[in-house]
Design a protein around this ligand. Structure first.
Ligand code: PEP
Ligand code: MN
Length: 293
């Protein structure tokens, strides 16, 4: 681990773990993130229609997810790609929460949208492209909702923690960190899942950490195996893309699981969650982390 971090966390002290700090539990609606439960947030990349979202919400709830994801405001690399339904999408998300009880996580891209989105979301998602949007982070400090902060695709963990610090300094310590893969020379996957980010972040910070295997992999075949890895290294949960017919999805279809595949993934995870529970009693267990040994 970065030797510079050896007890010197002044650049992110509000989110750093100290000898006497307790782990943060982040409350999003009726869900606790960072406690004993492994929290699975699932749903489509983008809200496309009421039917698409409600069907997905019911399917992921039945399979054990406790939060529904879905973007109404989409940051797309191409200006010609579907940009999301905007406020119409937020209304559909609200309806899905009313019908299924699932808490809602949805992305906010601009500080101008924070107040509006806070009326609909239980957890405000900051995407990888916005991790360094400091005007947005500052505004989220006063939004009254917890924040899901995704790691920038070219950001170090120190930079991620400094962005979390910006939200915290501005009055909001309800923050969940998310590893979603970073850009490397490797092209076999869409991004490279930095699995070490989970134990590193959990060692230096008291904030919960979840993993997004969908954007890391870019292909659905790899999502369940990366989810296993996330559970075993002690992640607090997952953010997973699921779509009723991924081949027709308006964004991120190739990495989206079908309902069936999501159910299978949740079943497949059970033994790995048992390992997680056992390992949790011990903490991240980094060699030498206590100093002399
Ligand atoms: C998403 O969650 O759909 C998304 C756009 O993710 P990221 O910001 O990690 O690319
Ligand atoms: Mn997506």
């Amino acid at each position: 681990m970065n030797p510079k971090w050896n007890g010197q966390f002044s650049c992110f002290d509000l989110v750093a773990k100290t000898a006497d700090s307790v782990r943060s539990i982040v409350r999003a609606g009726n869900v606790e993130i960072g406690g004993d439960d492994f929290v699975v947030m699932a749903g489509p990349c983008a809200v496309e229609s009421e039917r698409q979202l409600l069907q997905t919400a019911e399917a992921v709830a039945a399979a054990g997810a406790c939060m529904l994801r879905g973007g109404a405001y989409k940051p797309r690399s191409s200006p010609y790609a579907f940009q999301g339904l905007g406020v119409e999408g937020l209304k559909i998300l609200r309806k899905a929460r009313e019908e299924t009880g699932l808490a809602i996580v949805t992305e906010v891209m601009s500080e101008e949208d924070v107040d509006l989105i806070a009326e609909y979301a239980d957890l405000m998602q900051v995407g990888t492209r916005s991790m360094e949007n400091y005007a947005l982070l500052e505004k989220l400090g006063g939004c009254g909702r917890p924040v899901l902060l995704k790691r920038g695709m070219t950001a170090t963990l120190e930079e991620l923690l400094q962005s979390a610090q910006v939200i915290a300094i501005n009055g909001n310590r309800q923050i969940v960190l998310c590893e979603r893969g970073i850009r490397t020379f490797e092209t076999a996957t869409r991004n490279t899942l930095d699995i070490a980010a989970v134990p590193v972040l959990k060692t230096v910070s008291h904030l919960p950490v979840i993993v997004d295997p969908s954007h890391a992999a870019g292909v659905r075949s790899l999502v369940p195996v990366l989810a296993r890895a996330a559970a075993v290294v002690g992640a607090d949960g997952l953010l997973v893309e699921v779509h009723p017919s991924p081949d027709q999805a308006m964004s991120d279809g190739p990495q989206s699981l079908t309902f069936r595949q999501f159910r299978d993934m949740m079943d497949d995870l059970q033994p790995y969650l048992a390992i997680r529970d056992a390992a949790r009693q011990l903490g991240p267990q980094l060699v030498g982390a206590r100093g002399a040994d």
